[in-house]
Design a binder for this molecule. Structure first.
Ligand code: SF4
Length: 655
């Protein structure tokens, strides 16, 4: 009997219309857990690195996390993996909501798509009955509308539908896959789904998941729930409201947006508007939010309610995801009601709420600079909000200049020329990032931005506070119940971290400390992404209910193995090195690992080189960021060594 997982994948060849239920190898679960880990293994084994993202040979993998469908709170993530058209590297994006548990209940851990359908289809998974169905009547429909139409067609409101909108159909590089109040948004995952001709994947499952040691497992889950309740009743002190609680984060409850709106830059801008937030804005935004927010909602088996149903008069009701509330508003420097309106259209089109506003702001900057002209923007309205709607429509339809912008700022700038590349100034690994624009280089964030392969800082950071607390007594208070630290020395790192002086950024945390902190944060994300637990309850917030000390016990009791912290560390390192190796085989090198030049005002080239050298060494990678032979050997990844040697990637001196 298989525990926690179903032990089956669904393999669907869209070119041939072939559907297979395939039993999986349990040893792979022990080596990689599930989700991201086993997705990466499939990508490594089955797609040659020369494969183009829009090739029929590219795979699109919907992989559930190992604990999805079990009673583990917040275990509801689907990890969607493919080669990204935006970065050309491995793209993986998480989707919360309800889809992953439903797939497990239908009897599958993953759905693996290959090939391309000659016409638009949707896939209907109803326990053992799986069909590829015609979707020509859904062509051009929005992602939200598609889900509703499929539920009506199949006459079951409990079906969970992951769908693309027009953006995915048109292979827009920012296209997302939308599901309920969640989406897999980053890195053009929806464009690959559209390229394969899949409009939606609808799932209904009514089977059970087995747990190896149910009493022990349930007790662990109850501990997690008790801790969530405790944290909800005892918010963290001395931090901004956004950091006080758990979740992803509580954007739909919060109205105090001072930290987001004045602390960072948004859109494609180069300076911060430090005076943006004031009492008047706060009151106006509060009134707007409360008038459109019908109710707060959660993902499957989670008490946190991070999302909300939004009803803006005159437009269809939709579910707001996390930061989408702010990203359009801040890119346009507009009002919150604009954000709520455009987010509805963007969600139905199915686009990434992080990248899309940046691409539009980039286009407007080019227009202001005379690089794009009225000829490129015929009929564009004169006011900013209208311009954003105008651009959004053209991008998802790939119409006129929208056809170029639909490829994201990196590729669009190359195509536009005339100096446009200077304006694509927020990219890392060819992908739009949150434009930070802070003063002093932060060594921890420098490393995360450089080396993260999820290409989204919010999916790498967490656990360790983003900045030092001004007063030592507040730091002492903070570390008192910091049970999540892997080791007590992290408490000392934080206690000694000062806003100014000798022990402040960029030289403190010191290089070795920065390596350890980044490694800890990344490790937690890699565990979440393998087991399918939402980062909002684990790797992302301060002092979360899941941590390195209770995860081994939770996983062990679910799976029926005896995993300790060291064993879990080893699995995570294996997954991390596997993901890196997939990308190294695709050409990832040190030169790709640099944050934008203007990310911080004060830069320290010598220190930055040393940081990267030290982090690579810490990870067991060579000076070019390639895993060393001994690292791969230690993790049982000899097949990677063989491949790297054949390709000349690893040479005598480890590459
Ligand atoms: S913490 Fe929020 S985003 Fe995460 S599973 Fe719970 S409701 Fe969903």
């Amino acid at each position: 009997m298989r525990y926690a997982e179903t032990g089956y994948h669904l393999e669907i060849d869209l070119s041939r219309g072939n559907i297979e239920k395939v039993e999986t190898d349990q040893r792979l679960t022990e080596l990689h857990l599930g989700g991201l880990g086993t997705n990466a293994k499939l990508l490594w084994d089955r797609i040659p690195p020369e494969t183009e993202p829009f090739s029929p040979d590219n795979l699109l993998i919907f992989g559930t996390g190992l604990l999805c469908g079990t009673p583990a709170p917040g275990a509801n993530r689907t990890i969607v993996t493919t080669y990204s058209p935006q970065t050309l590297f491995m793209g993986y994006s998480m989707m919360g909501g309800f889809w992953a548990p439903e797939l497990k209940y239908a009897g599958y851990d993953k759905v693996v798509f290959r090939g391309k359908s000659p016409h638009l289809v949707y896939v209907w998974i109803n326990n053992d009955k799986v069909e590829i169905r015609d979707a020509s009547h859904l062509k051009g429909k929005g992602a939200i509308e598609t889900a509703e139409l499929i539920k009506q067609e199949l006459k079951d409101p409990n079906i969970k539908v992951a769908a693309i909108g027009l953006a995915g159909e048109n292979r827009v590089y920012m296209a997302s896959i939308e599901q309920g109040r969640s989406s897999a948004s980053r890195l053009g995952i929806g464009a690959v789904m559209g390229d394969k001709g899949i409009k939606a994947v609808a799932v209904r499952g009514t089977k059970d998941i087995n747990i190896a040691r149910p009493d022990e497992f349930l007790e662990r889950c109850n501990e997690v729930l008790r801790y969530i309740q405790f944290r909800n009743e005892h918010p963290i002190k001395n931090v901004e409201p956004i950091f006080e609680g758990l979740g992803s984060p509580q954007e739909m409850k919060l109205v105090d947006e001072k930290w987001h709106t004045t602390g960072f830059m948004w859109g494609n801008a180069r300076t911060r508007r430090k005076d943006f937030w004031n009492k008047e804005v706060e009151e106006r935004w509060k009134a707007i939010q409360e008038s459109v927010r019908t109710r707060l909602i959660s993902c499957y088996n989670c008490p946190m309610k991070c999302g909300a149903i939004i009803s803006v008069p005159g437009i269809s009701t939709y579910m707001m995801k996390c930061y989408s509330k702010l990203t359009y508003t801040m890119a346009a420097y507009s009002d919150l009601d604009f954000g709520f309106k455009i987010a509805q259209r963007a969600t139905d089109y199915g686009v990434d709420g992080f990248s899309t506003p940046q691409v539009m702001a980039f286009a407007l900057e080019l227009y202001e600079a005379g690089i794009l002209t009225d000829q490129d923007m015929p009929g564009m309205p004169s006011e900013t909000e209208g311009r954003f709607f105008w651009l959004l429509d053209r991008i998802v339809h790939r119409e006129g200049i929208g056809d170029i912008l639909a490829n994201g700022t990196y590729w669009a700038a190359k195509q536009i020329g005339k100096g446009a590349e200077e304006y694509a100034h927020n990219n890392i690994k060819k992908h739009e990032q949150l434009p930070l624009k802070l003063g002093m280089l932060n060594p921890v964030y420098f490393l995360m931005y450089c080396t993260g392969e999820k290409a989204n800082i919010t999916q790498i950071e967490g656990q360790f506070p983003q900045e030092p607390f001004a007063r030592r007594e507040d730091r002492e208070e903070f570390v008192k119940d910091w049970i999540q630290v892997p080791d007590d020395r992290f408490k000392q790192y934080f206690l000694d971290w000062e806003p100014r002086g000798e022990k402040s950024n960029p030289y403190y945390p010191t290089i070795p400390m920065a390596c350890e902190i980044v490694d800890w944060m990344e490790k937690m994300h890699y565990i979440d992404d393998a087991v399918g637990v939402c980062a909002g309850l684990s790797s992302f917030p301060l002092k979360p209910p899941y941590h390195i000390h209770n995860y081994p016990l939770i996983i062990s009791s679910a799976l029926g193995i005896d995993l300790d912290e060291e064993g879990l560390n080893q699995i995570v390192r294996r997954n991390r090195n596997l993901v890196r190796s997939v990308n190294v085989r695709r050409g990832l090198r040190r030169a790709d690992e640099k944050p934008p030049e203007d990310h911080w005002k004060k830069r320290f080239p010598e220190l930055e080189e040393k940081l990267l050298d030290a982090y690579y060494e810490f990870k067991g990678w060579n000076r070019d960021g390639i895993p060393k032979k001994e690292t791969l050997q230690e993790l049982g990844l000899e097949y990677i060594i063989e491949d790297f040697e054949q390709r000349g990637i690893l040479k005598d001196e480890q590459g």
